[in-house]
Ligand binder design. Structure first.
Ligand SMILES: Cc1cc2nc3c(=O)[nH]c(=O)nc-3n(C[C@H](O)[C@H](O)[C@H](O)COP(=O)(O)OP(=O)(O)OC[C@H]3O[C@@H](n4cnc5c(N)ncnc54)[C@H](O)[C@@H]3O)c2cc1C
Length: 347
């Protein structure tokens, strides 16, 4: 690990100035070849950032800590009934927060199943959404892969058992945030603030960037910009939701596949609106649009859920070692729909 200065930002503006470049830019071959210059990056809980520093993948001259910036670790109920969550809220405190409860059950579920209790006590929601991919070629100094500005995706014809089954023709990473799967299903939005205190809000789904738009980043965070809030809309009382994940082990690991389902079931028992998001399937949380459409106007029963599970994989292009993900996702989608359908939501 290289030597770097360490500073505690005291305001959002100080923190934004501290993000002289995005971590994605700072990890490119071109940036590193230029001798790193004066690169300062942000630290939240530090779980992912310290890994990148220790692995020699990132060599900033300064690390700016967000822990002392006031107001970034609060959870507030908004006037319209939604929830505004600060990016420095830890995964553990969010999972246990009374305002989450049955209202956003899918989020509680995904939080409690992610990483390990020790990591959840330190890791923050903002850091989780902005963590870099876990692809082992990307995480190895020995491979100058496309995502680091190199010329080749080693996973496409290599060890690709943990990689994408959708949108994997250029770069086959899967998005590392399991929590993003649930947040996209809940129509979460993010607020980004720059050094001049200008803010922009966008749907989390649109904040993420696939390889067709940019091969070197997973989101459109800009230099000198910080994530200042994640907001959840108020949901109608008719909404039902569930999250399911399958991994090689139950904790301390990312899932092989996960699915978040949010259904709006009308008084007549038919599905008015469906969000079905697949995690660990594509470079960004993947919306299974055909499966969503297959549920609209239907009563949610075994046959509707099975059909949605089948069509959720339409358009999949599995790689040599990850075809096992097809039946896995089909089953998870079917079971998550049925699990969501039998639940009611607390208002
Ligand atoms: C063993 C293990 C298992 C794990 N399992 C899972 C899992 O199942 N599911 C899952 O989703 N994750 C999992 N993780 C990942 C873990 O949850 C993330 O590494 C963690 O949430 C990152 O949060 P952090 O606060 O430590 O972020 P940091 O490491 O501090 O930051 C991460 C990135 O975000 C940037 N950043 C942080 N906050 C801001 C902000 N407000 N504005 C702008 N930039 C910011 C930093 O510059 C950095 O680039 C696992 C990790 C480990 C080690």
């Amino acid at each position: 690990m290289n030597r770097f200065a360490f500073a505690n930002a005291q305001t959002v503006a100080e923190a934004a100035i501290g993000a002289s470049t995005t971590v994605a830019d700072a990890m490119t071959v071109a940036h590193r070849a230029a001798g790193h210059g004066k690169t300062s990056v942000l630290k939240a809980g530090g779980i992912d950032l310290l890994d990148l520093l220790k692995e020699g993948l990132l060599a900033p001259s300064k690390v700016v800590n967000l822990r002392e910036v006031p107001g970034l670790d609060t959870i507030v109920e908004e006037d319209g009934g939604g929830l505004r969550i600060g990016p420095m809220v830890t995964l553990a405190s969010l999972a246990d927060h009374p305002l989450l409860g049955g209202r956003y059950a899918v989020l509680s579920e995904v939080l409690r199943g992610s990483a390990s209790p020790q990591i959840r006590n330190v890791a923050t929601l903002g850091g989780n959404l902005l963590q870099r991919p876990r692809c082992w070629y990307f995480r190895s100094q020995a491979y100058h892969c496309l995502r680091k500005g190199g010329g080749h995706c080693f996973a496409i014809s290599g060890e690709n058992q943990y990689h994408a089954i959708f949108d994997n023709t250029a770069c086959a990473i899967v998005h590392p945030s399991t929590i993003a799967t649930a947040l996209v299903a809940l129509d979460a939005t993010v607020e980004l603030t720059d050094a001049a205190a200008a803010t922009r809000q966008l749907a989390l789904e649109n904040f993420f960037v696939g390889p067709e738009r940019d091969l070197q980043r997973e989101n459109n965070l800009k230099p000198q910009e910080i994530l200042t809030a994640i907001s959840l809309p108020k949901l109608p009382g008719t909404v039902r939701m569930a999250h399911l994940r399958q991994g090689e082990k139950d904790s301390f690991d990312w899932p092989l596949a996960d699915v978040a389902v949010v259904l709006d079931v009308g008084q007549d028992g038919t599905c008015k609106r469906a969000a079905i998001i697949l995690g660990a399937a594509a470079p960004v949380p993947y919306r299974a649009k055909t499966a969503e459409a297959a549920l609209i106007g239907k009563r949610i029963d075994d046959s509707a859920a099975a059909e949605a599970g089948r069509v959720a994989l339409d358009g999949a292009t599995p790689l040599a070692k990850n075809t096992y993900k097809l039946p896995l996702f089909e089953t998870l989608v079917r079971r998550a729909i049925l699990k969501a359908a039998i639940r009611s939501v607390e208002k």
